[in-house]
Design a binder for this molecule. Structure first.
Ligand SMILES: *Cc1c(COP(=O)(O)O)cnc(C)c1O
Length: 488
């Protein structure tokens, strides 16, 4: 499997292997690290829900990689030459050229963000009685498909949801399951097969080119379209290059063009892939393009901006070319690998192998003394913030729902996700996270569960409020003071 040497060619004299930033920081944003007593107050104020923390009270914001990535100097420069016009903007012509050069796709529909592409695709191709098989769902994707009356069938492999694994391509589709789904529904009722690059909810895990090739061949025999969600394509590209036999010496561009040659159409969230905002749908098939085209002016904006500002469009073009730069796309995966491997070596429960989106702590194992009905992942997110000022995202039973009897539907896995926005954090900041996770692990017996104080009926994880069961927070803060003195 890959090592950090692939990020660049320098070697440390000591033999130590660490990732190295291949950029320098020229614009900075000041951060706050509040004393632990104030962090305690903030988390009480936020109802033990990291979504409700104020960013000014957060040291490292590892909630998400969406819209929080660093832009390059060239992207910022491009924004100042943007050509403002409603129709036929020169900035848009540049974007079309980037789509053609980088993705090798002829037709493009711009939209304001990834879920808007999902809306238009679902509206154009999904209807009751049809199904969309996919390696795994993403929240907004599934909602749009189901809203149009289509069903979603997830056909991930047995490795995908294992917390401990050395399988390099957890984002693969299970070919037998795919064949069974096609047989069950009939090929004519498969709206399209959806392949998600860098599978978000499995932890930024990639699929292999071999698996994609096989799925595409099956789709062709049945006359079924293949759609790829390329929001997280950068890291999937990186993993194919370093993990898959036969791709080590291939240029990124060739790998990307090969991937997209197996698709009929694709779409992306610019908040991830190009470190901007916006999004779009790409295809080389004129009929597919025409089926969707007229929805864009209705829902998004005219065909030469699709709800994006021209500044975003300029930055997006530059950002897309930068996905072809190995130093750019290797940054997140190598930094994530650094943290995941280090925690794994120390016996701290973390999802393996490392993926492209963030570090996922296995809260079910980490806090195995807390029952799922007292939300171990939520408790770990709160405890992490209290001991470090780092904000992660609960991905466990709080993010789930209640059934018709009012009981929690327990999540398959209880995770705390620490996302790595692209090229935002330095290695010393990651080492800080590593240190505080170790401290928290050594003191995990002090952490207790949570209970609701305000529980909204829908999407409760966004704005719901909880409180600690018992006085575990006071005990955790006291132990921190004992170990760290008056350090932050
Ligand atoms: C973020 C994301 C989306 C949705 O994109 P938005 O720009 O947030 O609307 C869709 N698919 C994947 C894989 C994503 O990561």
């Amino acid at each position: 499997m890959e090592n950090f040497e692939q990020l660049r060619t320098v070697k440390f004299y000591s033999g130590e292997v660490t990732p190295l930033e291949m950029h320098k920081v020229r614009v900075v944003q000041k951060l706050n690290l509040l004393p632990i007593e104030e962090r305690k107050e903030s988390i009480f104020g936020a109802g033990f829900n990291t979504f409700l923390l104020q960013n000014k009270d957060v040291y490292l914001d590892m909630l998400t990689d969406s819209g929080t990535n660093a832009m390059s100097d060239n992207q910022v420069a491009a924004m100042s030459v943007a050509d403002d016009s409603y129709a036929g903007s020169a900035s848009y012509t540049k974007l079309e050229k980037a789509i053609s050069d980088v993705f090798n796709q002829k037709f493009f529909l711009p939209v304001h963000q990834g879920r808007a592409a999902e809306h238009i695709i679902a509206k154009s191709f999904c209807k009751p009685g049809t199904v969309v098989p996919m390696n795994y769902h993403f929240t907004t994707t599934k909602a749009h498909i189901e809203m149009m009356g289509s069903a979603v069938e997830e056909i991930y492999t047995d490795e995908a949801l294992k917390t401990k694994s050395s399988f390099p391509f957890k984002g693969n589709m299970d070919i037998n399951k795919l064949n069974r789904v096609i047989e069950k529904w009939g090929a004519e009722n498969v709206a399209y097969i959806r392949f998600e690059a860098g599978t978000n909810l499995i932890g930024g895990q990639p699929f292999s080119m071999a698996n994609l090739r096989e799925v595409s061949a099956i789709a062709k025999t049945h006359g079924i379209m293949v759609l790829m969600d390329i929001s997280l394509i950068n890291e999937n590209l990186y993993f194919i290059k370093v993990r898959e036999e036969g791709y080590q010496n291939k240029p990124i561009k060739d790998i990307l063009h090969e991937m997209l040659s197996y698709t009929d159409f694709s779409y992306f969230s610019g908040r991830k892939v190009s470190c901007t905002r916006g999004g779009g749908i790409c295809t080389n098939n004129h009929d597919i393009y025409m089926k969707m085209r007229d929805w864009v002016p209705l829902y998004e904006g005219f065909l030469t901006y699709g709800g994006m500002s021209v500044r975003e469009i300029e930055a997006m073009s530059v950002g897309l070319y930068e996905t072809l730069d190995f130093n750019v796309i290797s940054h997140s995966p190598t930094f994530i690998k650094y943290l995941v491997d280090s925690l794994d070596k120390r016996g701290i429960p973390v999802i393996t192998p490392s993926g492209g989106l963030g570090c996922h702590l296995d809260a079910g194992q980490f806090l195995s003394h807390i029952p799922q009905t007292q939300y171990p992942a939520g408790a770990l997110a709160a405890a992490m913030y209290i001991c470090s000022g780092i904000r992660g995202m609960e991905r466990g039973t709080i993010s789930s729902v209640r059934d018709e009897n009012g009981d929690d539907v327990l999540a398959d896995v209880e995770l705390l996700r620490l996302a790595f926005p692209r090229r935002v954090f330095t290695l010393s900041q990651i080492k800080y996270a590593e240190d505080r996770i170790q401290w928290l692990y050594d003191n995990r017996h002090l952490v207790g569960g949570l209970e609701w104080t305000e529980e909204p009926p829908v999407l409760r994880f966004f704005v719901g409020k909880l409180k600690p069961i018992g006085d575990w927070v006071e005990k955790l803060v006291a132990k921190f003071r004992e170990d760290f003195g008056d350090s932050l």
